[in-house]
Design a protein around this ligand. Structure first.
Ligand code: DNO
Length: 360
């Protein structure tokens, strides 16, 4: 297992790389060039600068999260071919600088979605929180505005202003979208990029829908075991792989997260993993992000780490979101302290599992 940390680049991440390196067991980052909008080519020089900088701090840079998929590709518009060609050029450029895994998602319009970014906990910490009842009373524009307002000036991954600027227009284009059409568009995309990935030595790792259900009547097709199975079957290639995110899949209590890790790990389909806990709250579609510890939430983190240990021990893992603790301020979901605690806890579980299994 390679423990990594999501890092947004010097210009936009308040956390210095040196601090990341000081977290025990940290091997590298999951990096991004978020100055480029979906559909744009990432230039070689910028990729080189990022990789050099990370190496200079004594860390690895083998995973990129995310290269976002242009909405026209998800919609299946004629312009998709041009965007797929650009995506391939970005992949070729990334491959030249040692990138091995690219995490992406195929969620229409919205990436992850929460109704509160700073939900107050009893202990004085804050966390990200979701209550579907609140979403039902809001328009998509209202939720975008609220998220932008509450994000404290930080660009949130998947909520880039240029992407959401044309929200009404994009939502309109999704009218009549069905899961079948979306799957067909997804397959077309994979068929367009996977040959390039194979040549460039890159594995694509799709991130599940977060939360794990349709939003605003637009279908989502990556949030159950069967959805993941359908995706890996769309194109049969080692480069067509998954990023299993325990918190995203885990938002739906009927998803057996450890079993999903175990199955797709055994099938050799997990290229990356986001590991965090969620706590189910009263009613349906109502949860908060909790500390990583099993006892703090609803997921069995030991069972998840054991599945990783047994089936995909070489995978890139990151402690996913964290709470804001000890007075830290910064990008919601991406603080230093609580993610560092998460990394150390997950490494601790892994060490214990390895040693107990070795002893037999
Ligand atoms: C949320 C993240 C996601 C993820 C993308 C991958 O915090 O896990 O934004 O990076 O869905 O494209």
């Amino acid at each position: 297992m390679k423990m990594t940390f999501r890092w947004f680049g010097k210009a936009s991440d308040p956390i210095p790389l040196q601090y990341v390196r000081q977290i025990p067991g940290m091997t590298g980052i999951m990096g991004v060039l978020d100055q480029y909008a979906a559909g744009e080519v990432w230039p070689e020089e910028e990729i080189k600068n990022l990789v050099d900088e990370v190496h200079g701090a004594g860390l690895e840079c083998e995973v990129i999260e995310s290269v976002n998929v242009h909405e026209d590709i998800k919609l299946g518009l004629p312009s998709r071919d041009e965007y797929i060609a650009n995506y391939c050029t970005t992949l070729e450029n990334l491959g030249k600088y040692g990138i091995k895994v690219v995490i992406y998602n195929f969620m229409p319009v919205f990436d992850w979605l929460r109704t509160e970014l700073y939900h107050q906990n009893e202990d004085g910490s804050t966390c990200m929180y979701y209550n579907h009842a609140d979403v039902e009373g809001m328009t998509p524009l209202e939720i975008v505005q609220r998220t932008a307002r509450d994000s404290g000036g930080f660009t949130l991954p998947g909520w880039e202003p240029e992407r959401l600027g044309k929200l009404a227009e994009v939502l309109d284009l999704y009218k009549g979208m069905t899961p079948e059409k979306l799957r067909a568009n997804y397959k077309y995309f994979l068929e367009g990029i996977i040959p390039t990935c194979e040549k460039a030595g890159i594995r694509m790792a799709v991130h599940p829908d977060d939360p794990a259900w349709d939003m605003f009547g637009i279908p989502r097709i990556c949030n159950t075991r069967d959805d993941l199975d359908a995706i890996v079957r769309m194109v049969d290639s080692d480069s067509n792989a998954l990023c299993i995110c325990s918190g995203s899949l885990g938002s739906k209590p009927s998803n057996d997260v450890p079993a999903i890790f175990r199955e797709f790990g055994e099938r050799g389909k997990i290229a990356a993993a986001h590991v965090r806990n969620v706590k189910y709250l009263e009613g349906e579609k109502h949860f908060q992000e909790s500390a990583h510890l099993s006892a703090a939430g609803s997921l069995d983190m030991e069972a998840i780490m054991e599945a990783i240990h047994d089936t995909c021990p070489d995978v890139y893992v990151r402690p996913d979101h964290g709470r804001m603790i000890w007075g830290e301020t910064g990008r919601p979901g991406y603080p230093l302290y609580d993610r560092a605690l998460g990394a150390v806890y997950l490494n601790g579980l892994y060490e214990a599992i390895s040693k107990i299994k070795e002893r037999g």
